[in-house]
Design a protein around this ligand. Structure first.
Ligand code: CO
Length: 168
């Protein structure tokens, strides 16, 4: 079915800063399509290219996560240009951090600029759940995982659980 393999914690591949996309070509479009299939199949509401093996500044997410219908959004070289307020993102999770959820403090509203799949500049202003999704995915492009933003106690609990699993 052409699903991409999701890289999971503690793989160091997830920790590198990504490079800007320089060419939007057929190859990239095919990769984006595979990312979308992989995200919806998982299922997840967002996915960064680095999570599926490409160290480029590229994310996909669903633009209407509360609806049944798929509303695929693609953002190339996205940047948060403004962030305001705080909100607790309850039970945040990540396809690269399996079987773990935690509350994360996030900005309540963001303005993001980037390019769509055809290279057209886009500007997105959100102050809802998608504001959190955008921050989470753009974090991935800088090598940051949501577990970096939780209390050290909770993070250590998760790390210990993973270490145990890896020993088995
Ligand atoms: Co994630």
């Amino acid at each position: 079915m052409g699903l991409l393999e999701i890289v999971t914690y503690p793989d160091n591949f997830l920790r590198q800063p990504t490079k800007p996309v320089e060419n939007i070509d057929e190859e990239l479009h095919q990769f984006i399509d595979k990312m979308a299939i992989t995200m919806y199949e998982a299922p997840g509401v967002g996915l960064a290219a680095i999570q599926v093996g490409l160290d480029k500044s590229l994310i996909v997410y669903d633009g209407m996560p509360e609806q049944e219908t798929q509303c695929l959004k693609v953002l190339i070289n996205p940047k948060i240009i403004a962030a305001e307020g705080t909100v607790i993102s309850e039970k945040e999770g990540c396809l690269s951090v399996p079987d773990f959820r935690a509350d994360v403090k996030r900005a309540a509203a963001v303005i993001v600029e980037g390019f769509d799949r055809n290279g057209k500049p886009v500007r997105i202003e959100r102050d809802d759940f998608l504001a959190v999704v955008l921050q989470h995915e753009i974090d991935h492009l800088n090598g940051t995982l949501f577990i970096d933003r939780i209390s050290s106690l909770k993070r250590e609990m998760y790390k210990r659980r993973i270490r145990k699993q890896l020993k088995k």
